[in-house]
Design a protein around this ligand. Structure first.
Ligand code: PMP
Length: 425
C-alpha cells in the first residue's frame, strides 16, 4: 500500500515515487522509517537559511535576536569564571528538572507577568522548543486535535506534525485570538466527537502575527477552554519585549490549573545558551520531567549556571529595556519604509516582539515571489509556513529584530521592486 509522499530531501531526489515499505537509491532505509518521519518537512525558514545568511542578502526572514546589543566582554569573563571556579558542577550531568538556583530565579522573571509559582513547578528545558516537544509527547496520540491560532509559529507546527496531530486553526484579529471563533470551533469539534487536547497560543507579540491578546479577551479564552475541558499551552517568549506597554498578566497567572506556560531566555537574553522553561500543574510537571529525562537526561548545567549568574549579577531588566529601545527603532524603520515603498500592501504595527505580518496586494503570492526576492537580495518568510495546510500565501512575515535600521530600509526598498515587478507581470 502506498503511503503519503515523503517530504525529506533524500526521497524528493529519488527516482519515481517509492512507497514507505521500499528503499530508494539514495536512502536504503526509506522503508524503515516510522510513519511520523514521513510527516516531517524541512521548515521553510531552514530552507531559506543558507541563502538568507549570505552577506549581500538583507534577511528579513529569521527571528534572530540582536546579540550585538549584549555586553559580550563581561559575559565572556562570566563564562570563564563559571568553568574555572565551578567546573566540577558546570561540566557534570545535572537534575532532569533543572538547577534549583535557576528555577528560583525564573520565578523573579515570571513575576513581571503576574505569575506566582513555586520552584518545584518549573521544569528547565533546552529552549522552549524542547518544551513544545515534551508537552506534545505527553499529550498527543496520532490524530488528536490541537487548536492553534491562524497563523501559528512554524516551529510549533513542525512539532505537532511530527507527532501526527491534527491541527485546527482559529482566526485572530488585531486583538489576538477571537473568542467567538474559538467557541465555534470547539463546539463543532465536540459535535463531531473529536478530542481536542490543547489550545496552542502565543498571546504576546505573536509570531508571526505581531498582535497581542487583549486584556479583555484573556479571561474569555480561558473560560471557553475550561468549559470544553481543553488545556491551554501558553507560549510566551516575547512578553517582556513590549515597546511602550507594561506586560499584560499571563494566562497562567489567571488559571494556574488550566495552563501550561512556556518561557524562554532566547529573546530577552541569548538563544545560544538554549535555556527555556515550562510551568505546569503538578501532575503534568511530573510527566514533563520524565519525558525530558528520557529525551536528554538533563539540560546543560553550564548554560543554566550562566543564566543564573547573569540574572544574579547583571542588570537583566536594564538589558531588556535596551533591547526594547533597539527593537522599537527597528520596528519604526520597517513600518515607515513599508509606508513609503509598498503602500499597496497592508500590515499591522506591532507593540513589541520581532515581526510584521504583511498582506500582499491582491493576486500576489508570497511563496512564488520568493525566488524573485532572493534574486533582488532580500529574504522573507512566506505566510504559508505558518499554516498547517500551507495556505496563507497572500501574506509574508518580515522580521526587524536582526538587521540595522539602515539595512531594514534597504531590504524593504528591494522588496518593493519585487512587488512592483510582480504586479506588472
Ligand atoms: N515559541 C515561539 C513563538 C518562538 O518564536 C520561538 C523561537 N523563534 C520558540 C518558541 C522557540 O524558542 P527557543 O527554543 O529558542 O526558546
Amino acid at each position: 500500500m502506498a503511503g503519503p509522499p515523503c517530504a525529506c530531501q533524500t526521497c524528493a531526489m529519488s527516482d519515481g515515487t517509492p512507497t514507505p515499505r521500499e528503499g530508494t537509491r539514495l536512502d536504503p532505509w526509506y522503508g524503515s522509517y516510522a510513519q511520523r518521519a514521513h510527516q516531517m518537512r524541512a521548515s521553510e525558514i531552514r530552507a531559506l537559511f543558507a541563502v538568507a545568511s549570505r552577506p549581500e542578502v538583507v534577511s528579513l526572514a529569521g527571528g534572530m535576536p540582536f546579540i550585538g546589543g549584549l555586553p559580550l566582554e563581561e559575559l565572556g569573563e562570566m563564562s570563564r569564571r563559571i568553568i574555572v571556579e565551578h567546573g566540577e558542577v558546570a561540566l557534570q550531568y545535572g537534575s532532569g528538572q533543572g538547577d534549583v538556583t535557576l528555577r528560583e530565579k525564573i520565578l523573579e522573571v515570571m513575576a513581571l507577568e503576574g505569575i506566582v509559582a513555586h520552584p518545584d513547578d518549573v521544569v528547565v528545558t533546552t529552549g522552549s522548543q524542547q518544551a513544545l516537544d515534551l508537552v506534545t509527547t505527553i499529550f498527543i496520540d496520532p490524530g488528536d486535535v490541537i487548536v492553534a491560532e491562524a497563523p501559528s509559529y512554524v516551529g510549533a507546527l513542525g512539532v505537532f506534525r511530527a507527532h501526527e496531530a491534527d491541527v485546527v486553526h482559529v482566526p485572530m484579529d488585531a486583538h489576538g485570538l477571537i473568542p467567538e471563533a474559538l467557541e465555534q470551533t470547539l463546539a463543532r469539534l465536540t459535535a463531531e466527537g473529536r478530542r481536542v487536547k490543547f489550545l496552542y497560543t502565543v498571546p504576546n507579540f505573536h509570531n508571526p502575527g505581531g498582535v497581542t491578546l487583549s486584556l479583555e479577551r484573556r479571561p474569555q479564552v480561558l473560560e471557553i477552554c475550561e468549559r470544553y475541558g481543553v488545556l491551554v499551552l501558553e507560549d510566551n517568549p516575547y512578553g517582556l519585549l513590549g515597546f511602550d506597554t507594561e506586560p499584560l498578566p499571563s494566562l497562567r497567572s489567571m488559571s494556574p490549573e488550566g495552563v501550561i506556560y512556556l518561557g524562554s531566555f532566547s529573546k530577552t537574553f541569548a538563544p545560544g545558551y538554549r535555556v527555556g522553561w515550562a510551568v505546569a500543574p503538578h501532575a503534568v510537571r511530573e510527566k514533563l520531567v520524565l519525558a525530558s529525562e528520557a529525551a536528554i537526561l538533563s539540560p546543560s548545567n553550564a548554560s543554566q549556571m550562566a543564566i543564573a549568574t547573569y540574572l544574579e549579577h547583571f542588570d537583566w531588566q536594564g538589558q531588556i529595556k535596551k533591547f526594547q529601545v533597539q527593537y522599537r527603532e527597528r520596528r519604526d524603520a520597517m513600518i515607515s519604509a513599508l509606508g513609503e515603498h509598498i503602500p499597496e500592501a497592508s500590515w499591522n504595527v506591532p507593540d513589541g516582539g520581532f515581526y510584521v505580518w504583511v498582506r500582499l496586494p491582491d493576486g500576489l503570492d508570497a511563496k512564488s515571489m520568493l525566488p524573485r526576492a532572493i534574486t533582488a537580495r532580500v529574504a522573507y518568510v512566506s505566510g504559508s509556513a505558518f499554516y498547517i495546510d500551507g495556505s496563507g500565501t497572500d501574506h509574508l512575515r518580515l522580521s526587524y529584530c536582526f538587521p540595522t535600521p539602515e539595512r531594514i530600509r534597504e531590504g524593504v526598498r528591494r522588496l518593493a521592486t519585487v512587488v512592483d515587478a510582480e504586479l506588472e507581470t
